[in-house]
Design a protein around this ligand. Structure first.
Ligand SMILES: *[C@@H]1O[C@H](CO)[C@@H](O)[C@H](O)[C@H]1NC(C)=O
Ligand SMILES: *[C@@H]1O[C@H](CO)[C@@H](O)[C@H](O)[C@H]1NC(C)=O
Ligand SMILES: *[C@@H]1O[C@H](CO)[C@@H](O)[C@H](O)[C@H]1NC(C)=O
Ligand SMILES: *[C@@H]1O[C@H](CO)[C@@H](O)[C@H](O)[C@H]1NC(C)=O
Ligand SMILES: *[C@@H]1O[C@H](CO)[C@@H](O)[C@H](O)[C@H]1NC(C)=O
Length: 163
């Protein structure tokens, strides 16, 4: 009973959170392609937890990898936490922090890299539906999105809201 009420509340909060979510289309109408300055693009955006970042590109030619700052600076897979390949990828930004995305097909060196800073929403932490359980039980499994540290932070935020 308590658990189902908690779940219903979590779903309701998620619905509220989603109503204000922004989809940040990387590169706007230029999309995710080489020889675009994505620092200029990201400097012109304000990202809040619960927003989406989306990548539009030719499937098979490009892709998207979430890496850490080392991977971003050096165009490597260092600290990879996720990858997307559909050509139209919507990636949730679950919590505040720095996020780094690169193209994993060799085009990172041609500028296909973007770094963003995500802030808590000004109406406070917003809860989103938790991700499906990862296939692996390791919290550090590569390809796990969102990163385990963020999942833990959001769990704490959910508990604060529910009690
Ligand atoms: C991209 O634009 C930023 C300013 O928005 C500038 O500081 C940076 O040097 C540019 N990068 C390249 C590779 O031109
Ligand atoms: C920044 O955003 C404004 C308003 O949406 C737009 O007019 C401008 O072209 C953008 N600048 C860049 C560098 O994307
Ligand atoms: C980039 O890689 C070099 C070695 O290849 C490393 O020394 C450096 O620390 C890396 N950049 C960052 C920001 O870690
Ligand atoms: C990125 O991940 C690599 C591999 O796990 C690690 O060696 C490196 O220190 C990380 N860089 C940062 C800035 O956390
Ligand atoms: C890409 O992500 C999937 C999970 O979505 C994972 O199984 C795969 O190993 C990842 N590939 C790379 C190259 O990291």
């Amino acid at each position: 009973m308590a658990a189902s009420r908690a779940l219903m509340l979590a779903v309701a909060v998620a619905a509220v959170g989603f109503s204000g979510a922004t989809d940040h289309i990387v590169g706007a109408n230029r999309g995710w392609n080489p020889n675009i300055n994505y620092s200029s693009w990201s400097a012109n955006q304000t990202f809040f937890a619960g927003d989406l970042i989306s990548f539009r590109y030719q499937k098979g030619t490009h892709n998207v990898f979430a890496v850490n700052e080392t991977g971003y600076d050096n165009c490597t897979m260092a600290g990879v936490t996720g990858n997307w390949t559909s050509g139209k990828d919507f990636i949730p930004l679950p919590g505040p922090g720095r996020y780094f995305f690169i193209c994993g097909n060799g085009f990172c060196q041609a500028g296909m890299k973007v770094a963003i800073t995500v802030h808590w929403s000004d109406i406070g932490p917003q809860i989103y539906p938790p991700p499906a359980p990862a296939a692996s039980s390791s919290p550090f499994a590569a390809g796990a999105w969102p990163p385990a540290t963020l999942t833990a932070a959001l769990g704490a935020a959910a508990i604060l809201l529910l009690y």
